[in-house]
Design a protein around this ligand. Sequence first.
Ligand code: ADP
Length: 463
Amino acid sequence: MSLRFRLTILYSALTGGILLIFGVLVYFLVNVLLVTQIDNGILQTYADLLKDWRVGASGSITPGIVTEPTLTTNMSYQVWDQNGRLNFSSPNLGAFSKPLDPIGYQSHTVIYHDSHPSLGHLRVLTVPLEAGMRPIGTLQVAANMDVVDLARRALLEIIAIMAAASMVFAAAASWFAIGKALSPLSTVTETALQISQADDLSQRIPNPGSKQDETGRFIDAFNETLERLEHIFASQQRFLADVSHELRTPLTIIKGNVDLMRRIKQLDDESLDTIEDEADRLTRLVGNLLLEAQAESGKLPLYFAPVELDTLLLEVFKEMRVLARDRVNIKLTEIDQILVNGDRDRLKQVLINLVSNAIKYTPKGGDVYLSLGKVGENARLIVRDTGQGIAAEDLPHIFERFYRAEKSRTRSKTGGFGLGLSIANWIIDHHGGRIEVKSAENKGSTFCIYLPLHKSAGSSTTD
Ligand code: ADP
């Protein structure tokens, strides 16, 4: 059963139900009012009858005169003596000689009771008559209820017709309104089906006039999800293409060298060196990929502890100086004693990455400057080189994974995969810091890392 159908049934049932409850209440209220009105008339007649009543010597009773003119037609009365003889009856009863209400007559108490003699539906007041504590007979005053019954029936019919009509109307209106409100859902369903059938995440659901009601917001949210999925899907495909490309090249080289040695039937030192280099390259790639995957899924563990950044920088400086040998000059220009809260190994990895990039992209004889100082509440680490620099169009992308500037794409033994800066950025970001870069082509690049000082370290501005 469709949602539209279920909601329509619910709304029309609710409308019908409410109207029925309301109608029943009105019916009972009108009924009480009518019966009270009738009872008042009966009492009035009863009072007139007892005003001047007389009891004869034989026990016969003569009632008073009914003065209320309107009551003569639908009011009737009978006076019975103690011996069960009908003493007096109103003229409109003609020859009718049975009690107006036989049950009330038998009861010998004052009672209002409905009876249905051949005269129609009557409401009868029975009053036992007494003279000086002695029972002398019975008086019955009756009102004809035919008009009241007619009114009741008419009211019931009106209520039933109104309830039925409003149910039909509510059903029609809800069917139309719900259909209109739910129509964007059908569009969403159709689009979702088209997307899954055609594997095309570029489709969007039109939001006419950019509606901002619930369905409009739903469509916007759905479109945003599609956009995000498209982006994730595209970057996953790019990632796969990048990885397979990075894996294929060293594997091809290794296979080529193995084939060569097989052909010449001897171990060739140069080929073995190349194989070893490529195997190292593959190991580095796989290591970086693992880090990247862990970082992306939030599973790269960081062990925070107070870290003396100055000692760490000095350590990196010494290690990298050995690596750079006499290719580039690494200089330490400024070093403050600074304590930060962080993962020492990961911070060292970031520093090594920046310094090795500086060495890698600086021609022989160039300079790399390292410095560490405090700026406000932050430690500032600077790695500056006088190398090839980064083109303005590459600068916004260098922190994206697998991104390598055009100039750096030429493969070399030390050629990177474009993963180092993306991982470094993730690590610094998770330390509550940031990396900034300034660069000018052929002039050099400056990477600045800002890290919050350790809480106990205090702060002083040296900038
Ligand atoms: P890679 O392993 O390729 O060096 P990174 O993520 O560390 O990967 O760097 C991304 C790209 O940013 C590099 O390929 C290079 O083009 C550019 N880059 C990074 N550091 C420097 C630098 N000091 N000088 C010039 N270009 C740089």
